[in-house]
Design a protein around this ligand. Structure first.
Ligand SMILES: *Cc1c(COP(=O)(O)O)cnc(C)c1O
Length: 378
């Protein structure tokens, strides 16, 4: 054949998930830990790999050792824990098992885009309950949607990515009481917010909590995440998951990291200090509105955000995340709390970009034209 037939017609409307693999000297776009694994952990990992990891054998499908450690640390049984190839895989598993054609997912935009993407991919109907202008969950609207639509899944990013907003525990408890839908509370940033719904699991078998090794624990490149849920929920998810999705190398690295997780506490505290500096620095800038955040990133609104994003990248080699085309996030950018040097460099670049915009506005020419003149030495 000299051609391939068309895929599912629905793909026509969709553009690929744009993970923006753009090279920049300073990457503040993906909420990763700015530091690689500490040296002593890398050495332990190298030892384990040298002597103790048969790469020729399939991995343990349920990551039994890692699962046991996570269960113990959370005061749960191994049956309450599911390990996945990043939190993203578990989100898809949840939607595969609780969603599908004829079923509904409540989404709370603006929020993490994977919920909506996975729902679409699985033919799950999405019921959007938009957040308030301050990005808080609209409690009455959510309760109305639950009563009227009888959804099968409700997903809440807590704190919410990309806005940084926390949803009050009382609202989440009301929700858990009002519905038997599976309520997925995505605590990807739990190590920074230090708030969890874990204490409510025993009373609410419909509560599932997602965590990840990608943010505080420096393992974004290895893909590991986990779910805490009722054993019956975990059992259903094992029916839809890819059995060997978490490879041996990742299992070993996540085990060592989880055992030594106290060493990441310093990094979390460093991130909290740097977040304060970042918020302080941004709020000094006249055109910038900063939203409060309980996580390791900050959302801010700035005039001509797309142009600011471009100037950060092209003139300063700093990559942040552009949300300016996302409904509800017009003129918003999200910046990860990087290292102290990265934050300094970012703030300095923002100052320059804004000062230049001011100057060019003053002279009645646009910033791009102005820069062009500068570059040509005119
Ligand atoms: C980063 C993130 C995840 C999970 O990321 P993985 O790297 O797949 O573990 C899940 N939810 C939210 C809201 C995130 O920001």
């Amino acid at each position: 054949m000299d051609r391939v037939r068309e895929p599912r017609p629905e793909l026509g409307d969709i553009s690929p998930y744009d993970a923006k693999d753009v090279r920049a000297e300073v990457n503040l776009s993906a909420n990763e830990n700015p530091h690689n694994l500490p040296g002593e952990l890398l050495e332990k990992l190298a030892d384990r790999v040298r002597f103790d990891v048969p790469f020729n054998r399939y991995p343990d499908p349920m990551a039994t050792r890692l699962r046991g450690l996570i269960a113990e640390a959370n005061g749960l049984d191994a049956g309450n824990v599911l390990v996945g190839n990043g939190g993203d895989e578990i989100i898809l598993d949840v939607i595969l098992a609780w969603g599908g054609p004829g079923r509904k997912l409540v989404d709370l935009p603006p929020t993490f885009s994977m919920y909506g993407i996975d729902a679409w991919m699985t033919g799950t109907r999405v019921v959007d309950v938009p957040r308030t202008p301050e990005f808080e969950v609209d409690g009455p609207a959510l309760m109305r949607a639950v009563a009227e639509q009888d959804p099968d899944i409700i997903v809440i990013s807590n704190p919410n990515n990309p806005t940084g907003t926390m949803t009050p525990e009382t609202l989440l408890i009301d929700l858990l009481e009002a519905t038997d839908a599976l309520v997925l509370v995505d605590e990807a940033y739990f190590e920074f917010s230090r708030q969890t719904m874990r204490p409510h699991m025993s009373r609410h078998p419909n509560l599932a909590i997602l965590r990840t090794f990608s943010k505080a624990f420096s393992l974004a490149g290895l893909r590991a995440g986990y779910l805490l849920a009722d054993a019956s929920v975990v059992r259903e998810l094992t029916k839809v998951r890819q059995p060997y999705s978490v490879n041996r190398f990742t299992q070993v690295a996540a085990e060592l990291t989880f055992r030594d997780r106290v060493v990441f506490e310093a990094g979390v505290r460093e991130a909290m200090r740097n977040r304060d500096r970042l918020v302080h620095g941004l709020s000094q800038m006249a055109e910038v509105a900063v939203f409060p955040s309980e996580a390791n990133y900050i959302l801010f609104r700035v005039d001509q955000a797309a142009a600011v994003w471009r100037d950060l990248l092209h003139d300063h080699s700093i990559l942040v995340r552009d949300f300016s085309r996302t409904p509800g996030l017009e003129d918003c950018l999200r910046v990860t709390v990087g290292s102290e040097e990265e934050i300094d460099r970012f703030l300095k670049a923002m100052d320059e970009i804004i000062a230049r915009k001011h100057a060019s506005a003053h002279f009645g020419i646009n910033a791009t034209a102005n820069r062009h003149l500068e570059r040509n030495g005119e």
